[in-house]
Each structure stands twice: as structure tokens, then as C-alpha cells.
Design a protein around this ligand. Structure first.
Ligand SMILES: *[C@@H]1O[C@H](CO)[C@@H](O)[C@H](O)[C@H]1NC(C)=O
Ligand SMILES: *[C@@H]1O[C@H](CO)[C@@H](O)[C@H](O)[C@H]1NC(C)=O
Ligand SMILES: *[C@@H]1O[C@H](CO)[C@@H](O)[C@H](O)[C@H]1NC(C)=O
Length: 704
């Protein structure tokens, strides 16, 4: 196999991989399925094997203020960048200038719903199937007019410009128009995940005293149901959906002024109001993050933060411009998507909207024989979150493993040999953020998609901007040098054993300072003072709680997380994230949370097993069971999964105390809707601990 040539690889092989059913189960994976089918081996890959001689320096040490540590800046810029171009100091100014610059370019694209039907599956469940038409576009010039109209309309409707407005909706063109419209009247916008639970929604709206709420029409019913607890709301503006019957009749109409989005636009068009543009230190967005603990916290993001990240990311995506087409489908209420769309609209790109469930021709909600969003749009730039990429990789690998024989041989060749024949290259860049992507997944996606992955590292608190891997960096497992809008400092964390004097690389807590660092948490001075510091030069620093190390070329690698480290009874430290990452390579696992009680000397784990793999094993082992929950409860099953864990733990060289002594198999998946994982599919430890309190207690009760 070692001497096989790249020419062995041909289209049918990749096609057969793409056809594997993993891509048909769920819309999330679908896009990548389509991409694997359509796109071949990257030019870049050759560089991976030839470019080892010279190491390009991407980040260099720098002297800064604040706490002592080891600090790196981007190698290309001596001074931090603050704005994309002169005069674009606020999001409102930047947007107005882009719209002028690119006025005739296509900007926002949306697909019209042609029909909606229900199909019934064999087991009697009903599924909604949608048929969407082609993308219909509006130019930058046209969108700008709509933004101005909305800005006037919301004031005419009666919104008090000194109070906050909130957006509670899935990603769509009107989301962006609303945001920009509010900015033109210096209105701060509160953003809330559409999948956030009721209590978190009420908390966010009440804490910020939102008076106008802008939402999808499908949210109206939910809002009416909790109207007595929404004491600050005065106006509701809802986005119309084709084919949706609006539900304004069932609620408490006397209490709120309710208007559709188009009514507000019309109102503004008929009676325009002068804009009242914000300043760079003004708060543009209060973004509620689905934090991994307790109630969500509102991060105060200034106009200056947004334009700084935008300016910095524009310098790292090569040749970004009006030829580029981007598929927007992740939640805009997530900082990563909002930052991406800010960058693309500043560069004059076209943004076509889609959704996770309609991404490809074979996605769940797409009517058979009609096009998914990706085939209708043919994007050149995509975003993805690591958890999805990891699952795609695992799914493909498992399938290939099962097929064995020739397919596996060819596939291994494909992964291991340098080739550079690239036939139909559409996607030219993949933006990846939300959590660190494993090296294996990065390499895999690089090869299957034929496009470089720009891995971003950033948090809501740094408006997504911290580090970003450069397009010509083919190494894996790192997140690149600091973006040119900020510095990254490592600060020693003695208790955890990570020091800036460590060899061969300095290690420590990652602290970000610069123009992308936000102003703190809304109405939460305690937490703000704990995690944000202003140094003697006035620079803002954010303490991320992530542990990193700097490679010699100035690239950052995330290696641990401060709060996920628990000191066991006998004094050993256990890093829950590290153990979870290692154990995840067991085929049986869909999800895992390792838990360590400091009063014991071992850890335990909650595991959501993979239906397919576990049922496959049960069939082979001749195990009888009525349903999946029963299978999960069987002693043989638990023992089988535990053996598999021991095996991968050994391979990963985990210590004995790092291997869960007891496990509990849970039949139901952890989803963002259930609040157990974030929208980027990171586990929420605190929520899981609360929900499975009894199970965890039982795991520690039974003596071992
Ligand atoms: C914009 O609003 C902020 C409060 O959010 C206020 O401090 C500032 O003065 C306003 N700017 C203008 C130009 O009205
Ligand atoms: C809303 O916030 C106020 C304080 O600003 C608090 O007293 C009240 O209990 C909150 N209401 C709800 C429903 O959370
Ligand atoms: C309508 O509002 C009143 C007072 O605000 C409240 O008592 C009542 O429960 C509400 N009805 C519904 C259907 O929400």
C-alpha cells in the first residue's frame, strides 16, 4: 500500500464513500456528504508532504502590559489592526460603506418554499418534506434600503430607542437586516439562541429589559404562553414564513403591539427617520451564550470589537471577495456565525441562507428529487463546527471499515498518499470554530473536501477573535497564531502544573488582549471582574480558562481546560476533557461525560452509546432485548462497552485512575434542544450533572 500512487484514487471511490448512508441520516452531515462526492484531493496535500523543510514563523514574542506571562502577536503586523479600512469604526459605518462599495453585487439569497408535504414512514411516524425553489437574491444596494426602512419603521412602531431590542429567531436574511437596522438607530440588540429553554429566554429578556422582540412567526405561540412573565416587552415584530399561518389571534393582543416584519418595513419607507449612528465604544450586541454552567450570561460586545475581528479575519482568508458564495446555516445568535457573516459582508460576498435539515439533496426535510441548499447554492465557503466534522469522519471510517477489502485499501491510500489532482473544486475554504478540531478530523476533511480549513479559536467574550490558523499551514491540531487584532498571553497555572517555563514549549492559561476583547458581562460585575482585566496601558484582557501551549512558529495549541481538572482524593489531577477525548475513539460511543468526585480516587462516566454499533454487537452476540433502553441496562452490554474503553484507554496511555471505574449507558441522545450540549455540540457539564444526579450518585454508591 505504501507505494501506491495517487492515480489509484478516482472519482468512483469517493463517490462510493459519499453514498454511504451516514450522510443520509441527518442533515448536519449531509453537506459534507455532498462535498465528499463532488470534490477531490487537494493541491494543498502535496504541500503537506513537501513543505517540512522550512518552518514559517507565524507568531512572534512581544512585550505587553498586565500580568506576567509569555505573549505572542501575529508575525505579519507589528501594530494591532483595529478597523478593516479607515472610517469603518462601527458596524453601522462598515455596513453602509460596504453597501455603497458593492451596491450591485448579490448579497442575501433566500429560497422560496414551493410546497410542503408529510410522508409517513413504515413505523407510522410522520415527516415533513419541503420543496424549495432556487435562490432569489437581493443586492447590497437593495438590502441597504431595507435596512434603512426597518430602522425607521421600528422607531415609528413605537420602540423607545433608549431600550433594548432582541432577536429570537433561526438564521435568515431578515435576521441580519434587523440587526443592521437597529444599529442605524443606535439600538443595542440582545441575541438569544432560538433553541434556548424557556427559563433562559425569560431571564435574558428580563435582565436586559428588552422592549421590542423580533422573532420567527413560529415562536409567537410560545411567547403568548409565557406572556405574563415577559414584563418588559411592549412590541413584537415577527418574520413571516411562506405557508405558515400566523398565530396572532390566540394571544394576549391587548398587551403588546404586534406587527409583521414587512409592515415595519412599509412603515419606515412611508415615513423615514434620520439615522442616529452609534460610536465605536457603544454596545452593539448583548449576546447570551449557552454557557456550560447555570443561567446564560450576556456578553457586552462593542461596535469596535466586531469591526476589529472582522478586519483581522479578512486578512487571513486568501482572496476573499465578490466571487465568493457562502452558505449560512449555523445560528446567527452564535458568535462564530455572526463573525463569519460580518467578514463576508465586509468583503462583498454573497450569502445564501439554508438550514441544517435541508442542506443536501438527501437531508431529512428535503423532498425526494428536489435540491438541498448546498446543491442549489454551490457555495465556495462553508462553516462547520468540530463535533459535526468529527462525526462525519467517524461515520465514514466506520463504514469503510465495515466494507473492508478494496474499499478500505483505496481509502487508506487516499488518506496517506500525496496527490494533487483536483477536478471540480468549488469549496475553497472551510471555516471551523466553536471548539478545537481533532488533528485526525482536520486532515480527513482537508483531504475529502479538497479545501483548506481555517480553524478559529475564540470565544463570545473575545467576539470570536483570538487565534486563526493560516490557509497555508498544513499541520494539524493547532489553532494558528493570534489574529492581528489581539495578543495571546500564556499565564502560568501552578496548581494545574502548566508553566510558561515548561520545556519544550511554554504552557499556561490562555489570556487574550486587544481590540476584540469585549466589555464584560451585562449586570454581572463579579464575574466580569473575575475574568476581565484592564492593564496599565488600558488594554482589555480576557482570562479564557483554556490551557494552551505555543509552538516555536508562534502557533497555539489548546491542550486542556482549567475547570475540567479535578483533584482526586489521593492528590492526582484528572483532566476530564482529556479523558473524554481519548475515550471517544471507542466505536461504541456517541457521547460521554466523565465525572470525578474529589472525595474518591476514581472517576465514572455517563455514556450515550451508538445505536448502530451497539445493536450490531448485540445481534452478533445473540443478546435478546425489547428496546434500546433495555439493551443499555444489561450487564453484558455495560461490560462490553467498558472493555472497549479499557482498550482505547490503554492505547492512549491513560493512567489507571483516568479510566472510568463504573459507567452508565443512557439510551437517549444529548441534543442542544434538551440543553445538555451547546449548539456547537460541546457537552454542558453542569446541566448533565443536574439531570443525571441520581445516576452519578448510584455509580459512586455501589462499591467496587
Ligand atoms: C448610543 O447609545 C449609547 C447607549 O447605549 C449612548 O451612550 C450613546 O451616547 C448613544 N450615541 C448616540 C450618538 O446617540
Ligand atoms: C426581572 O428582573 C427583576 C430585576 O430587574 C427581578 O426583580 C424580577 O424578579 C425578574 N423577573 C423575572 C420573571 O425573572
Ligand atoms: C393576558 O394578560 C393578562 C394580564 O396581563 C393575564 O392575566 C392573562 O393570563 C393573559 N392571558 C393569556 C392567555 O396569556
Amino acid at each position: 500500500m505504501g507505494d501506491s500512487k495517487g492515480s489509484l484514487l478516482n472519482f468512483p471511490l469517493l463517490k462510493s464513500i459519499g453514498d454511504l448512508s451516514v450522510f443520509k441520516d441527518n442533515g448536519e452531515y449531509g453537506i459534507l456528504g455532498a462535498v465528499v462526492v463532488g470534490i477531490l484531493i487537494p493541491v494543498l496535500l502535496s504541500a503537506l508532504f513537501m513543505g517540512k523543510k522550512r518552518v514559517k514563523v507565524r507568531g512572534v514574542p512581544v512585550e505587553v502590559g498586565g500580568e506576567a506571562g509569555y505573549t505572542i502577536r501575529n508575525a505579519r503586523k507589528t501594530e494591532l489592526v483595529e478597523v478593516p479600512w479607515d472610517g469603518a469604526t462601527t458596524v453601522a459605518a462598515l455596513f453602509q460603506q460596504s453597501c455603497k462599495r458593492y451596491s450591485r453585487n448579490q448579497f442575501l439569497g433566500t429560497r422560496k418554499l414551493i410546497s410542503k408535504e408529510f410522508v409517513t414512514s413504515k413505523d407510522g411516524r410522520k415527516f415533513e418534506k419541503l420543496h424549495f425553489g432556487d435562490y432569489e437574491w437581493q443586492t447590497y444596494g437593495e438590502v441597504f434600503h431595507r435596512v434603512c426602512n426597518f430602522a425607521s419603521g421600528i422607531v415609528k412602531l413605537g420602540h423607545d430607542v433608549d431600550s433594548h431590542a432582541a432577536i429570537f429567531s433561526d438564521t435568515r436574511a431578515e435576521w441580519l437586516i434587523t440587526l443592521q437596522g437597529c444599529f442605524r438607530q443606535n439600538i443595542t440588540v440582545v441575541t438569544i439562541y432560538a433553541s434556548l429553554g424557556e427559563d433562559a429566554l425569560i431571564h435574558s429578556l428580563n435582565e436586559t429589559q428588552v422592549s421590542t422582540l423580533i422573532c420567527d412567526s413560529k415562536q409567537l405561540k410560545k411567547l403568548y404562553a409565557i406572556s405574563s412573565r415577559l414584563t418588559s416587552i411592549q412590541n413584537i415584530i415577527y418574520f413571516e414564513d411562506d405557508g405558515e399561518v400566523k398565530d396572532t389571534a390566540s394571544g394576549n393582543l391587548s398587551k403588546w403591539t404586534v406587527a409583521s416584519f414587512s409592515e415595519v418595513e412599509k412603515l419606515g419607507k412611508e415615513s423615514p427617520i434620520d439615522p442616529n449612528l452609534p460610536s465605536k465604544h457603544g454596545i452593539a450586541v448583548i449576546m447570551y451564550t449557552s454557557g456550560s454552567t447555570g443561567l446564560p450570561k450576556g456578553v457586552m460586545i462593542t461596535h469596535g470589537n466586531i469591526v476589529a475581528t472582522t478586519a483581522a479575519v479578512m486578512t487571513v482568508i486568501p482572496n476573499l471577495g465578490s466571487k465568493d458564495v457562502y452558505l449560512g446555516y449555523l445560528p446567527l445568535a452564535h458568535v462564530f456565525e455572526l463573525a463569519a457573516e460580518s467578514v463576508l459582508s465586509a468583503a462583498g460576498c454573497a450569502i445564501g441562507y439554508g438550514s441544517a435539515l435541508t442542506l443536501t439533496d438527501t437531508s431529512n426535510k428535503v423532498k425526494k428529487g428536489t435540491k438541498g441548499d448546498a446543491s442549489a447554492l454551490q457555495p465556495t465557503i462553508l462553516t462547520a463546527v468540530p463535533a459535526i466534522l468529527d462525526r462525519v469522519r467517524d461515520g465514514v471510517l466506520k463504514k469503510v471499515e465495515e466494507k473492508g477489502g478494496l474499499a478500505k485499501n483505496l481509502f487508506d491510500t487516499c488518506i496517506q498518499s500525496p496527490t494533487s489532482f483536483c477536478q471540480r473544486k468549488l469549496i475553497r475554504f472551510v471555516l471551523c470554530g466553536g471548539a478545537p478540531l481533532s488533528g485526525e478530523s482536520q486532515q480527513f476533511i482537508n483531504i475529502c473536501m479538497g479545501a483548506p480549513i481555517g480553524q478559529g479559536y475564540g470565544l463570545t467574550e473575545t467576539f470570536a477573535g483570538a487565534a486563526f490558523s493560516e490557509w497555508d499551514d498544513n499541520t494539524v491540531g493547532r489553532v494558528g497564531p493570534p489574529l492581528p487584532c489581539c495578543y495571546i498571553k500564556l499565564v502560568s497555572w501552578e496548581e494545574g502544573g502548566y508553566m510558561t517555563l515548561d520545556k519544550p514549549m511554554p504552557r499556561g492559561e490562555i489570556v487574550v488582549g486587544g481590540f476584540s476583547v469585549t466589555s464584560g458581562y451585562y449586570k454581572n460585575e463579579e464575574k466580569t471582574n473575575e475574568l476581565f482585566k484592564v492593564d496599565e496601558k488600558g488594554m482589555h484582557w480576557f482570562y479564557t480558562g483554556d490551557i494552551g501551549q505555543f509552538h516555536h512558529d508562534g502557533c497555539l495549541e489548546i491542550i486542556d481546560r482549567k475547570k475540567d481538572i479535578v483533584k482526586l482524593q489521593h492528590g492526582e489531577y484528572i483532566s476530564l476533557g482529556k479523558v473524554e477525548a481519548a475515550l471517544s475513539s471507542s466505536n461504541y460511543l456517541d457521547n460521554i461525560m466523565v465525572y470525578a468526585d474529589p472525595f474518591h480516587n476514581y472517576c465514572v462516566a455517563l455514556i450515550v452509546p451508538s445505536h448502530q454499533v451497539l445493536e450490531g454487537w448485540a445481534q452478533q452476540a445473540g443478546i435478546e432485548y425489547k428496546n434500546f433502553a433495555e439493551l443499555c441496562g444489561k450487564a453484558e452490554t455495560v461490560s462490553e462497552v467498558q472493555q472497549s474503553l479499557s482498550k482505547v484507554a490503554k492505547a492512549a496511555k491513560l493512567d489507571k485512575f483516568e479510566v472510568p471505574a463504573k459507567i452508565k449507558l443512557l439510551p437517549d441522545a444529548w441534543t442542544p434542544e434538551s440543553g445538555l450540549v451547546t449548539a456547537a455540540l460541546k457537552i454542558k457539564r453542569e446541566q448533565l450533572k443536574v439531570k443525571f444526579k441520581d445516576e452519578l450518585q448510584k455509580l459512586y454508591e455501589c462499591s467496587i
